[in-house]
Design a protein around this ligand. Sequence first.
Ligand code: GLU
Length: 318
Amino acid sequence: MSARSYRGRFAPSPTGPLHFGSLVSALASWLDARAQGGAWLVRIEDIDGPRTVPGAAAGILATLERFGFHADEPPVWQSARLEPYRAALDALVAAGHVYPCGCTRKEIADSQLRAHQRNTTLIYPGTCRNGLHGKPARAWRLRVPDDAAGDAPNDAPAAAPNPALIRFHDRWQGEQTQNLATEVGDVVLLRADGQWAYQLAVVVDDAAQDITHIVRGADLLDSTARQIWLQQCLGVPTPAYLHVPVVNNADGEKLSKQTGAQALDATRPHEALPVLVAAARHLGLDLHDAAPTTLEAFQADAIAAWQRRLARLPASST
Ligand code: GLU
């Protein structure tokens, strides 16, 4: 079977204007696609009604153009793709991978089951796995595999892999392992407020757009194992992953609208260039020209620097 040709994407949520942190993700995904002669797409992830800011998507698309990021296909809007999400959930229902859940946030919090490592994450205890017990359905959850580690007798041969462990190679961060049962729990795919969850939409869309390479911020590293599990349940391919370091503000918090990120609005190319150079520096790129005078000069320099950077990344053990 021939290898699929490279298709990458930048998938911003229009919760505010493009800021430096999102520019770094846009640049990394664009550079990786261009460095490998691939296609680069933009997807507007606008299905989170309460967080979506009217007009923000148009602003992001215009700002990307000004920074020289031209997508190879028209942008895809998640708000126009509700049917495929429904179809995916229907397929998961038919295959027995999902179940309706009637638990409230408070009931889950009261169960006091928290992840050991990420102590702000609530691990759903699986209360509704075997039925709603008379409660109305609120959300739909994806069943994650049970953890086998606790079941194995001490003298059992260690040959059988633990189905709850998802392992993957991240092209920047190296080998990753997450235990879906103890660190994540059953994942909400359709929320109690009737909105499709990011985890379902992102997997369905990456598959529908035939995305082969995902390059995004390391804040999403923690979501990757559950997305791989969902890909397996839906029978779609798993793309290659690369998570770049996130940009923090002066207080060490991830830069976002909530933590005071400034909107980027380079209305002329010479305003965009210093910001692009700073974004490239954040990615550890050794540019030859620290003060390029055209977007084209910056792009050629940055693509070559990205290729040198990739050559220093950890090799896959598989
Ligand atoms: N829409 C997500 C965000 O802005 C990114 C999704 C992704 O790249 O998988 O955080």
